[in-house]
Design a protein around this ligand. Structure first.
Ligand code: SF4
Length: 214
């Protein structure tokens, strides 16, 4: 059995964005397959992407992001991630368990999605939220494998600012500055840009969550 320190190093460590209630995992936004194309286009949610500038662009941070992207292809990645999350959950004094995939970056392949789903299955006490713009990868994966683990909310991001999906969309989703009465509004702008007690993004029964453009 791998020890925590070895597992932490193998996955390249986790990130702790100030908005999030617990830990997160990030890889380079420059590796986003759909997002890097959207980033070139006005009116998309990736134009002006926060993960392509500022803190995320510092050499030390970029190095860490590159290390994690490479780590995802290591055959021991799943085992190491399970060790890390299981240990952090056991040490979580407040019982916090809201883990976010990719505060920077996005899934790269169906293989990555399988690894994430397997990690979720093996860490049933942890709630996983995976926001993604990779609708094609997700659709192909679901066609082969069916539904995701009960504790993994894959939330599809609408690529266009102001646009929404239909309420009957297959996956939970998110929008930016969309106008629809039944969308749940992100609470972070009213609470110091933090999630605090809000868990809407982790709740796969909540179909649509709307964010404000930042
Ligand atoms: S909707 Fe809630 S959980 Fe999602 S980002 Fe906003 S504050 Fe956080």
């Amino acid at each position: 059995m791998m020890q925590f320190k070895e597992a932490w190093e193998l996955i390249g460590g986790l990130s702790k964005p100030s908005k999030m209630p617990w830990w997160s995992y990030s890889i380079p936004a420059t590796a986003c397959k759909t997002g890097s194309v959207l980033a070139q286009t006005h009116g998309t949610v990736c134009h002006n992407c926060y993960a392509l500038k500022g803190f995320y662009n510092m050499p030390v941070v970029r190095k860490a992001l590159d290390r994690r992207l490479k780590a995802m292809d290591d055959p021991r990645f799943e085992d190491a991630f399970i060790v890390v999350l299981t240990d952090l959950w056991a040490r979580s004094k407040e019982g916090e368990n809201r883990f976010r995939w990719f505060d920077s970056g996005d899934i790269q392949s169906e293989e990555h999605l399988t690894k994430i789903n397997n990690i979720a299955k093996a860490t049933p006490t942890v709630r996983h939220w995976l926001p993604t713009k990779e609708a094609g990868i997700v659709a192909a994966w679901m066609k082969k494998h069916g539904d995701f683990s009960f504790n993994l909310t894959v939330r599809q991001s609408n690529p266009m600012v102001g646009a929404t999906f239909k309420k009957a969309h297959r996956l939970p989703f998110s929008t930016v500055d969309a106008k629809s009465k039944w969308l749940k509004q992100c609470k972070a702008p009213d609470q110091g840009n933090k999630c605090l007690g809000c868990d809407q993004c982790w709740n796969n029964k909540i179909k649509g969550v709307n964010y404000h453009e930042h």
